[in-house]
Design a protein around this ligand. Structure first.
Ligand SMILES: NC(=O)c1ccc[n+]([C@@H]2O[C@H](COP(=O)([O-])OP(=O)(O)OC[C@H]3O[C@@H](n4cnc5c(N)ncnc54)[C@H](O)[C@@H]3O)[C@@H](O)[C@H]2O)c1
Length: 142
C-alpha cells in the first residue's frame, strides 16, 4: 500500500505522517514546503516530493512514479491572505488533486480533511447520524 499525503509537512499532515509511520507505512508527502521541522521524529520514514497541488502534471507524475494506491488530501491554506488566493489553493488545488486521483486504476481510497464546522450544523444529533446525513449531501459533506 503506497500512500500519497498532500500537505504532509503541515500541522495535520505531520500528525497523519506519524500515525502512518507508527503503522509501518512510508508515506509520500506532496507539499509546497520543504520545512520538516514538525517531522523531526519521523525523518527517514517518509519521502518528500516538493510540489504544488495546482500542478496537475507533477501530481500525476508523482502518483505514477510511486504507484500510489491511497491518497490523503491535507494541503490547504487555512489563513489565506485574501479570498481569491483561498479559492485558488483550497478549491482549484483540491480539484486538481481530485482529478489526479481519478488516474490510477489501482487507487483504492481517497481521504479528504474537512473541518469540524461541517458538524456544528448537526450538533443536536449523534455522530453516526451526522455522518450519514453529511455523506448523503455530497462527497465531502460540506
Ligand atoms: N489544524 C486543525 O486543527 C484542523 C482541524 C480540522 C481540519 N483541518 C483541516 O486540515 C487541513 C490542513 O490544515 P493544517 O492545520 O494542517 O494547515 P497547515 O497550514 O499546517 O498545513 C497545510 C499544508 O499544506 C501545504 N500547502 C498549502 N498550499 C499548498 C499547495 N498549493 N500545494 C501543496 N501543498 C500546499 C502547506 O505548505 C502546509 O504544509 C485544512 O483543510 C484544514 O481545514 C485542520
Amino acid at each position: 500500500m503506497t500512500i500519497l499525503l498532500t500537505g504532509g509537512t503541515g500541522f495535520m499532515g505531520a500528525w497523519i505522517v506519524r500515525t502512518l509511520v507508527e503503522k509501518t507505512y512510508k508515506p509520500i508527502i506532496y507539499d509546497l514546503r520543504s520545512d520538516l521541522s514538525l517531522l523531526e521524529d519521523a525523518k527517514g520514514k517518509f519521502e518528500l516530493v516538493q510540489g504544488d497541488t495546482l500542478d496537475l502534471a507533477t501530481l500525476i507524475q508523482t502518483i505514477k512514479r510511486f504507484k500510489i494506491t491511497r491518497i490523503i488530501h491535507a494541503a490547504a491554506l487555512t489563513s489565506p491572505p485574501n479570498p481569491l488566493t483561498g479559492v485558488k489553493i483550497n478549491v482549484e488545488g483540491s480539484i486538481s488533486v481530485f482529478e489526479a486521483a481519478r488516474l490510477p486504476e489501482s487507487l483504492l481510497c481517497f481521504g479528504y480533511l474537512s473541518g469540524q464546522e461541517v458538524f456544528r450544523i448537526f450538533a443536536e444529533i449523534s455522530p453516526k447520524e451526522r455522518c450519514q446525513r453529511l455523506c448523503s449531501r455530497n462527497y465531502i459533506g460540506s
